[in-house]
Design a protein around this ligand. Structure first.
Ligand code: UD1
Length: 338
């Protein structure tokens, strides 16, 4: 059985990916410092899959501890690297912390991989590397022009992996996620609303009565209804793209492959709120506010390369995405805290 080391495996996308890996017959080793996540999802992953996994509470900046994990576990076939700080606004306020954690942390991980002859990696990147797109939909060939420290760290990590792949003959797959939403259909794991950052967790919290209203960040964009349009992708679809990436390693000898992971369909903030109202039957109050600094009008993926090359396609439509988010939020209004 192939053994996969997942950094950040206790987080939102990481935890869903671990479920898909275990369901697909992989052995899973998680490295997570729990700085932005909980231990609870570990128990739930085990309960959902009926499989065991190995968990190490380690920060990837701690080279000795990381080395010890690689030594103890032995025979790691590939790494999936999620562990990173991810809040755009915070990255503007604390650039050094972001560069240190994301870049130095990743370099430490890559060095430990090199020391242990582990040469396959799937890297968690983001559409944020494209910055303000010149053409929509975005293909993987669009220019890389991140506009904030968080996005810069993703772009830099991509470059480090491309150079490493070429020189040391690593197999690297970079997945650029569009806007991940939703939760596992069981409602047992999801995005912890204790750390909300993005639109849907805010809408969910209003629906469940934890917040009074959703602020629409600007309704004067050049979009059909004036609000921002994004390509929302279900987290389980996203998780499955990682399993497909591991399968791809067996059939390619290219050093670095890059894929956009989205649906190719965009929805506005107003459409998201309206669909959430329909699904939940709750009144969701909105207030229109000013644009959020750094936001763009429209971001939509061309994911045809992932469709053909990874044999991956998104299965959840918008309604199913929001139903799963609502199922999780209404079951656990305070997320993993109960
Ligand atoms: C954000 C990050 C991006 C990251 C992505 C996925 C920023 C600027 N970008 O993208 O780097 O890869 O999340 O985690 O933070 N909105 C509201 N009200 C809210 C929240 C959001 O109107 O309370 C709007 C935004 O203006 C945007 C849309 O909803 O039009 C989606 O926002 P969000 O979920 O924060 O994602 P992005 O900004 O697209």
């Amino acid at each position: 059985m192939k053994k996969i080391l997942v950094t950040g495996g206790a987080g939102y996308i990481g935890s869903h990916t671990c479920v898909e890996l275990l369901d697909s017959g992989y052995e899973v080793v998680i490295v997570d410092d729990l700085s932005n996540s909980e231990l609870e999802p570990m128990k739930r992953i085990k309960a959902l899959t009926g499989k065991s996994l190995s968990f190490h509470q380690v920060n990837i900046l701690d080279k000795d501890a990381l080395n010890a994990v690689f030594e103890k576990e032995g025979n790691i076939d590939a790494v999936i690297h999620f562990a990173a700080l991810k809040a755009v606004g915070e990255s503007v306020e604390q650039p050094l912390r972001y560069y240190h954690n994301n870049i130095t942390g990743s370099l430490t991980l890559f060095e430990v991989m090199q020391d242990h002859a582990v040469s396959k990696i799937v890297f968690s990147s983001s559409a944020t590397v494209y910055g303000d797109p010149e053409t929509i939909p975005l293909t993987e060939k669009a220019p890389i022009q991140a506009t904030n420290p968080y996005g810069q760290t993703k772009a830099m990590m991509e470059q480090i992996l491309m150079d490493t792949g070429e020189t040391y003959d690593w197999d690297v797959i970079i997945l650029r996620y569009f806007n991940p939403v939703g939760a596992h259909p069981s409602g047992e794991i999801g995005e912890d609303p204790n750390y909300p950052n993005n639109l849907l967790p805010f809408v969910s919290q209003v629906a469940v009565g934890l917040r009074e209203h959703v602020t629409i960040f600007g309704d004067d964009y050049d979009t059909p209804d004036g609000t921002g349009v994004r390509d929302y992708i279900h987290v389980v679809d996203l998780a499955k793209a990682h399993v497909k990436s591991l399968e791809k390693f067996a059939t390619t000898d290219q050093e670095t492959l890059v894929y956009n992971i989205g649906t190719g369909v965009g929805y506005s903030v107003k459409e998201m709120v309206e669909t959430f109202r329909e699904v939940s039957g709750k009144e969701i109050k909105t207030v229109t506010g000013p644009r959020r600094s750094g936001d763009i009008a429209t971001c939509i993926a061309d994911s045809s390369l992932a469709n053909t090359d990874l044999k991956w396609t998104a299965e959840y439509d918008l309604k199913a995405m929001i139903e799963s988010a609502w199922n999780w939020q209404s079951k656990y209004p305070n997320g993993y805290k109960g």
